[in-house]
Design a protein around this ligand. Structure first.
Ligand code: PRP
Length: 195
């Protein structure tokens, strides 16, 4: 049998000694994505080439998917590309090491590129990516993150689009994981684990 879930009002979902407390609802995520898509569409001039949305796996998967389809509704075509960069290794704190596990398949030279991230935490990942991709001569290079934890920042990163500023707590859902779990939660939740 699967894990049994217990969900009393207000307190969140309990799974054994763990608790998921809703931080940002599914509907608020949806509304924010519309706002971000409008900002991106207004900021990047129309061109004969689609906007490259560069999703950073795995956490950005749902955000990239919803953002790209909302941009389509706004009349903007997107090319979906992916990189995988890891700085967390199954624990709830950052290792500090940025490792490229998968590079982008296509050239970004003279293209409008938006890096799409689920979360900006210490800033190490996005700082590394911005420096690396900047050397590949894109026409424009912007960063869109759904979540940002300003209190966790170690490396300063200028972001063009930020969905929500959140407290320095461990969050899961909508692509974000704890040890590869909870990515398919429809909303963002604070992950609590009892001692
Ligand atoms: C997470 C997240 C960002 C990064 C942010 O990725 O998706 O890419 O950490 O952290 P930073 O600002 O401290 O660098 P992770 O390495 O956990 O991989 P995942 O997306 O596959 O979960």
């Amino acid at each position: 049998m699967g894990t049994s879930f217990f969900r009393p009002a207000k307190l969140g979902i309990f799974i054994g000694s763990m608790r998921l407390e809703e931080l940002i609802s599914e509907n608020d995520v949806k509304l924010k994505i519309r706002e971000l898509a409008e900002q991106i569409s207004n900021s990047i001039p129309e061109s004969d080439q689609p906007i490259i949305l560069l999703g950073i796996l795995k956490g950005s998967v749902h955000f990239l998917s919803d953002l790209s389809r909302t941009l389509w509704e706004l009349g903007r075509e997107c090319q979906l590309e992916f990189m995988q960069v890891s700085s967390w290794h199954g624990a709830t704190s950052s290792s500090g090491v940025v490792q490229i596990k998968k590079d982008i398949d296509s050239s970004i030279e003279n293209r409008d590129v938006v890096i799409v991230e689920d979360i900006l935490d210490t800033g190490r990942t996005l700082s590394h990516l911005r420096d690396l991709l900047g050397t590949r001569h894109p026409k424009s290079l912007q960063i869109c993150t759904l979540l940002s934890k300003p209190d966790a920042r170690i490396v300063n990163v200028e972001c063009d689009y930020i969905g929500f500023q959140i407290p320095d707590k461990f969050v899961v859902g909508y692509g974000l994981d704890f040890d590869e779990r909870y990515r398919n939660l429809q909303y963002i939740a604070v992950f609590h684990q009892d001692e």
